[in-house]
Write a protein that binds this ligand. Structure first.
Ligand code: V47
Length: 376
């Protein structure tokens, strides 16, 4: 392997941070603030790329997945959201079980390895509905990994069913849930959370639910919603809380920073994030979350073009085919609804990286015609 190019910057605050990164030392809260505040984004990116290549070389992961959103009916009225609707309101929908199973089967012919299932907090759907949904999916698609329900949905389902969270997780696991996605984390700081998503569990509850998920032997992801009314302190606080939990559980696989999309939300007046903000967020995440194996540049949210650049700023995963995306498109995203496997591979290769198809647990997938095998 060629020697890495030497690090250089004209930002004096980055020198000591670079020394720590090169020595494999953990970065502090103040280091996080300096990374957000530095005018030298390329130097921040260089450091993140150094870590990314140390961990993964050129390998860049993607998967063949399908999103399913069984309902957009939601008792919460989060200001960040354009997806949720009140029961009976125009545009609200709830899938009958048969409809959800048909949705799972529709779309591209490429055999999917993952169903990504999230939805609104429905006032009437019982835990039984979701157990039947998952059970039916496993019966029909036994080879597909089911990544379902955010910490917010799990806490809501448990409360409605009058069960503890561990008891709810045991039932979901029994029905066929294999892991959990990272949504609903937003920003942990109370001051911000009260404004953007007052009706959700608070940050500590999100983290405690994630801890219980990991203790139940399930892996999960984690997210952070940025680019609204939070400040740099809130972002660093969020990342370091995730890092502390990961030290305890090692249950997180991937961190996905999510740029706020304001269209059709009550926060529509806020400006959209810029490409540079998105790229810096990927880099700072890679540098602060030293115990997270993967950082994902979610192409649906960032656009394929920015996601491709992110692969040189710390990201080692670009997410998957998706097929049908609702949450970001309701909030004004202009990216395509889905992308074919070949196109994902082309984007990764054009960024000078090596595409590796993975399953949800990051085992490599080998394909022959319409079937696949997973390396164990
Ligand atoms: O929880 C909602 C966010 C999340 C908006 O785990 C918004 O692999 C921006 O969590 N603008 C859902 N963001 C998406 C999500 C996710 C996506 C891809 C992969 C994985 C994974 C997880 O989207 C929500 C919320 O944080 N969100 N509305 C909006 N207007």
């Amino acid at each position: 392997m060629p020697e890495p190019r030497p690090f250089s910057t004209d930002d004096p605050r980055l020198g000591p941070i670079a020394a720590k990164v090169l020595a494999g030392e953990r970065l502090s809260f103040d280091d996080g603030l300096a990374l957000y505040g530095s005018p030298d984004v390329l130097a921040v990116g260089w450091l993140a790329n150094f870590i990314r290549e140390k961990m993964h070389g050129d390998v860049t992961y993607f998967n063949v997945n399908r999103h399913i959103n069984p309902t957009n009916v939601c008792v919460a009225a989060c200001r960040l959201c354009a997806f949720g609707r009140k029961k009976g309101a125009d545009g609200s929908y709830t899938m009958a079980l048969e409809q959800a199973w048909e949705t799972a089967a529709s779309g591209y012919s490429e055999a999917v390895t993952e169903f990504h299932i999230v939805g609104g907090l429905h006032p009437d759907l019982t835990l039984e509905y979701f157990l039947d949904l998952i059970h039916g999916l496993k019966e029909r698609f036994p080879q597909v990994h089911i990544k379902a329900f955010t910490m917010v949905e799990i806490a809501f389902l448990a409360r409605r069913a009058k069960l503890s969270i561990p008891a709810t997780l045991a039932k979901l696991k029994d029905a066929g849930v294999d892991s959990m996605p990272g949504g609903g984390a937003e920003i942990f700081a109370d001051r911000v959370r009260h404004i953007i998503c007052d009706h959700k569990i608070d940050g500590d509850e999100w983290l405690e639910t994630a801890r219980m998920v990991h203790e139940a032997g399930l892996k999960s992801n984690a997210t952070m919603l940025y680019g609204h009314i939070e400040n740099d302190e809130d972002r660093v606080d969020h990342l370091l809380k995730l890092r502390a939990l990961q030290d305890d559980t090692h249950g997180f696989q991937t961190f996905i920073p999510l740029a706020f999309h304001p269209d059709h939300t009550p926060l529509e007046h806020l400006p959209k994030t810029t490409g540079l903000t998105d790229i810096r967020q990927i880099a700072v995440s890679r540098l602060l979350l030293d115990n997270f194996p993967h950082i994902k540049a979610y192409w649906q949210m960032m656009t394929a073009k920015i996601a491709q650049i992110a692969l040189r700023f710390g990201a080692d995963d670009i997410d998957g085919t998706v097929i049908e995306e609702k949450i970001y498109h309701d909030a004004g995203a202009t990216t395509p609804q889905g992308m074919r496997r070949q196109e994902l591979m082309r984007l990764i290769t054009a960024a000078g990286r090596v595409p590796v198809e993975r399953d949800t647990l990051y085992r490599s997938v080998t394909r022959t015609e319409d079937t696949f095998t997973v390396a164990v």
